[in-house]
Design a binder for this molecule. Sequence first.
Ligand code: CP
Length: 318
Amino acid sequence: MSSLKRKDLLDIQSLSLEEINLICKSARYFKDIFTRSVKSVPVLRGKTVCTLFYEPSTRTRISFELAAKRLSADMINVSVSTSSVVKGESLIDTVHTLEAMKADYIVMRHAASLAPHFLSKNIKASVINAGDGFHAHPTQALLDAYSILERKSSLEGLRIGIVGDIRHSRVARSDIEVFKKLGAKVVLCGPPTLVPDEFKIYGVDITYNLDEVLPDLDVINMLRIQKERQKGSLFPSLREYHRLFALTEDRMARCKPDVILMHPGPINRGIEVDNSVVESPNIIMNEQVTNGVAVRMAIFYLLAGGAPLEEMKEESAG
Ligand code: CP
């Protein structure tokens, strides 16, 4: 298999294990390019990538833009707050406008779950989901899996904890799916109000006591408390949350020495992770950001039908 035989990348659920492995293998190749003096390759020369973000983003949007630029694509960045969306233009009309301008890829973030799926059925361009509501954030999950693979070489049998606001997290949903497909055991942890029992259908363990599982975890993914998505008060106070679930120096001392600590960002310092822990060598947040560019380059490349990697090596060296 040398390409993704699909138009869009919308979720982890529809990706086969073979496709996930192909994305990770290709990302390794693209990451090698970052160490060269010329960091771009001509894979998407003549193609146009449009980022269309209806929700705020720092990492994901910039990462997709950089990935597209390193593949030599033309870039359009639609900032919804300054576009005709604020005048009431519908999603489909906005996208047809972009298609009329011959965008080949639309990278979309939207507050509504399944908005990218709707889009994909109505346009010819490839749609890549950059996060939809609570539903999915597939490229984050793929970069998370890739980042673990760099340190551990396989996820088979690893015990991975996902801690925090699982209920409102598209990252958690996609991470669970990719980690399980790659053979890891997943344990969800947080206050009962943020870790609903329904998640058991994913074949995960659930605990409300972080200290109980901490010493057994190979990887801990700390999620952000999403204050903006919570309608009521789902735990007594941020202080109480910090006492029970934050990654503190004391808790770090009780983890495996080679534990991998992850956070998708943006981080609430002093709430889910203490300031003093952010600098720990076990935390791979910055690696996740770097790897995100390589994984997104791989996705663009594979959706474009792939190309012999040896050929690209020669062109980029020239
Ligand atoms: N991890 C993530 O999705 O971050 P942004 O919201 O900054 O894109």
